[in-house]
Design a protein around this ligand. Structure first.
Ligand SMILES: [Zn+2]
Length: 284
């Protein structure tokens, strides 16, 4: 189902587009656009252009590079590997704007040091002072965003120091909550944490029989979220950080076997390729 190689009149050739790299997706959360992708172990990064903010930077893109503030949930590689590209592209192409990274306070010093010794990052170091750019944040702290926005950090339960981020207009209901990686427990104890237009949550494992494994690895499981859904106040619960290689059709089947009786609209944060009777077919 991949595209085909193409050549144009002057003889230049273009490689085929690879199906499967349908990573960056978009959602309208009550008029606020959320853009990004999240595949467990590979890359998670979202942008809310209205507030010029990205949440995580597992990989970079044109949209992500344009955002002036990056909120990191934690420092696992699939959430920060694109930060070097973001620093380079953002400070070169968007040097007039903000350049700011907020991350769990316990990891700030180590990340500043890593960026200080990273080879051949001199251009970035000339353009910005990384000691000013990186700021540590504790749960309960809020940081200002452009466009009248605000991001509130809250505690989550993962295997390393981690934060969740609620992003929206200052002092009002968040447009989106990014739960980051972690188990479902903080949200079972306080469902109000996910009260937002869109809640994006960790659904790293989906198959029956892997629920305990998910919890032991500090991740959420599909069944955890289907059980918790009726107590959540978000408009849409988006299952993200799904495993690489998972087919959308399989998630649809699993949700269909035990659909929540009530609660938010469910969304599955992946391209809908391959869903029977309803997928987008843009082949050719
Ligand atoms: Zn992750």
């Amino acid at each position: 189902m991949s595209g085909e190689e193409r050549s144009v009149e002057n003889g230049a050739r273009f490689p085929a587009m690879v199906r499967g790299d349908r990573w960056e997706l978009s959602w309208d959360a009550g008029g606020t656009e959320i853009v990004g992708g999240s595949v467990a172990a590979l890359a998670t990064a979202f942008a809310v252009p209205r507030y010029s903010v990205a949440v995580d930077m597992g990989r970079c893109s044109m949209t992500l590079a344009a955002q002036g503030t990056v909120l990191l949930t934690h420092c696992h590689s699939d959430h920060v590997a694109g930060l070097l590209a973001w620093l380079s592209a953002h400070t070169r192409r968007f040097r007039e704007g903000t350049t700011r990274v907020y991350l769990p306070a316990d990891r700030r010093e180590a990340l500043v040091e890593a960026l200080r010794i990273w080879p051949d990052l001199d251009g970035v170091r000339r353009r910005v002072d990384l000691d000013d750019v990186l700021a540590g944040v504790a749960p309960g702290e809020a940081v200002p965003l452009s466009g009248g926005g605000e991001a509130l950090a809250f505690a989550v339960r993962h295997t390393v120091p981690s934060l969740g981020w609620a992003v929206g207009p200052a002092g009002a209901r968040p447009d989106a909550v990014f739960a980051g990686d972690g188990t479902v427990e903080p949200f079972r104890e306080n469902p109000g944490l996910l009260d937002a237009g869109l809640a994006l949550v960790d659904c790293t494992l989906v198959e029956p029989g892997t629920r305990v494994a998910a919890r032991l690895a500090g991740h959420g499981h599909l069944k955890d979220w289907l059980e918790l859904a009726p107590s959540l106040g978000c408009d849409t619960l988006a299952l993200a950080h799904l495993p690489p290689g998972l087919e959308a059709q399989r998630v649809v089947e699993l949700i269909g076997s035990e659909p929540p009786a009530s609660g938010p609209q469910l969304a599955v944060w992946m391209a809908d390729d391959g869903i029977e009777n309803g997928g987008n077919d843009d082949a050719g």
